[in-house]
Design a binder for this molecule. Structure first.
Ligand SMILES: Cc1cc2nc3c(=O)[nH]c(=O)nc-3n(C[C@H](O)[C@H](O)[C@H](O)COP(=O)(O)OP(=O)(O)OC[C@H]3O[C@@H](n4cnc5c(N)ncnc54)[C@H](O)[C@@H]3O)c2cc1C
Length: 396
């Protein structure tokens, strides 16, 4: 019922946008039901077929400028695509990174880099899915990362370690944040970090090695080790030492895009759970007639609506080139909390069947939990709002 908006003019007028794209994405997702994702989970495998079909249909290149073979659509179109994937019970984590990393390449990359990589990313011949920022000893404290790149002739020589680098083993390119100038030689704390594009096809076995981390979700996260890896200096994005600023500009896009995945998760849980609550008869009446079942779902729906409104505002500000960090962060916070509350309500509504894997509720419930931790944890968003919006002292 609540997903019937796709063809509805009324709902388009209310702000359900990109109806054609949503329909096209939903049609592909219908070919990848729960069995497909559960089978991958059993084998810790990657959804190659799904990602290839999304790429072939052009959806993963939606944000790449037309001159480089993409559709040149605004960020909001990317949001619609990711939201529909999650609303259908599928998983966009496997392929969402190129949508936000590509923006950094477009904004800060050289013409040579754009020409070398963007057309291949658009046609699917180059997978641009790995984003190496987090390290085991610095975690959320990005400015204290230790992976070091030292200039040696025409190369950088890289040593260090990343952790949680999703999809590194399935990506041809990695965006890597490294320290190029020691902290004690930098004028500002935010100086001295640089972004380097690593061609994984050349790096693996030549100074780069990886180990998949066994996790509760099938997200293909890796530990990545750099041992005297040589990368051509021409792979530096923008100016040396300015990398943290480039990463920050990309992070607003990332926050807004992952927000749309949580919004899709909300729709998935609420559709599934409200349908089940209407049909499941216990004590002679549908369980959804009980307010103890009905109200948590109704509350999660209200939270979804609020988060959706903030997310649309954040995307509009981003597209207008306006400051949007407050809106992007708050959208991510509200959507991930709404998705978690919807997941919990769905878990409770399905009762024992919630933990039977064939119902897919537990699989999506685990995903919804992760969204409160990665790519940024709830506390760090609250710290941002406390300090930068409300002007309270910095806690770290
Ligand atoms: C499945 C998965 C995939 C990921 N994919 C990627 C990826 O592709 N690339 C990448 O670079 N990273 C990735 N990450 C890393 C993710 O961004 C980090 O896990 C996240 O930023 C938190 O870092 P941490 O795990 O080291 O936690 P920590 O920084 O150790 O923090 C632990 C807890 O303490 C809290 N905390 C820390 N400092 C403060 C403070 N000052 N005030 C209040 N609370 C605080 C945090 O909020 C958190 O809840 C992924 C993580 C997971 C789990």
């Amino acid at each position: 019922m609540f997903d019937s908006h796709v063809n509805s003019e009324t709902m388009v007028a209310l702000g359900i946008d990109y109806a054609d794209i949503r329909e096209g994405v939903a049609a592909i997702c219908a070919k990848y039901p729960g069995e497909y994702w559960r089978d991958l989970e059993d084998r810790h495998d990657y959804p190659d077929a799904f990602v290839n079909e999304m790429t072939a249909a052009g959806y993963l290149a939606a944000l790449i400028p037309e001159e480089f073979g993409g559709s040149g659509l605004p960020l909001r179109a990317g949001c619609a695509i990711l939201e529909e994937i999650h609303a259908a019970g599928c998983d966009a984590y496997a392929c969402h990174a190129q949508m936000y990393m590509m923006g950094m390449l477009v904004r800060h990359g050289s013409d040579a880099q754009k020409n070398a990589y963007l057309p291949g990313i658009a046609d699917g011949s180059i997978r641009f899915q790995a984003f190496g920022v987090t390290e085991p000893t610095s975690g959320s404290d990005t400015l204290n990362l230790r992976t070091r790149a030292v200039r040696d002739g025409d190369d950088y020589v890289i040593n260090g370690q990343k952790i949680w680098t999703s999809r590194a083993h399935k990506s041809d390119l990695m965006t890597l944040l490294v320290r190029t100038t020691p902290q004690d030689q930098c004028a500002k704390r935010t100086d001295g970090l640089s972004v380097i594009l690593v061609d994984m096809r050349e790096a693996v076995g030549n100074g780069l090695s990886m180990r998949l981390i066994d996790t509760m979700v099938n997200h293909h996260a890796n530990e990545v080790f750099f041992d005297n890896l040589r990368v051509p200096a021409k792979n530096l994005i923008g100016e040396e030492g300015q990398g943290f600023r480039y990463i920050l500009t990309g992070m607003n896009a990332e926050r807004i895009l992952v927000t749309s995945e949580s919004l899709g998760d909300c729709r998935y849980f609420l559709n599934r759970a409200s349908a089940y609550a209407r049909e499941r008869v216990i004590f002679g009446k549908p369980i959804g007639q009980n307010q103890g079942v009905q109200f948590p779902l109704a509350r999660a729906y209200a939270e979804w609506k609020g988060a959706d409104a903030v997310a649309r505002g954040a995307a509009a500000l981003f597209e207008a080139g306006e400051a949007c960090a407050e809106e992007a962060n708050i959208a991510k916070l509200l959507a991930s909390e709404a998705a978690w509350n919807a997941a919990e309500a769905a878990m409770q509504t399905f009762g024992g069947f919630a933990v039977a894997r064939e119902y897919d509720i537990e699989r999506k419930w685990k995903d919804a939990r992760l969204a409160r931790i990665a790519p940024i944890s709830t506390n760090l968003i609250l710290a941002y709002v406390g300090q930068h919006v409300l002007g309270m002292p910095k806690s770290y």
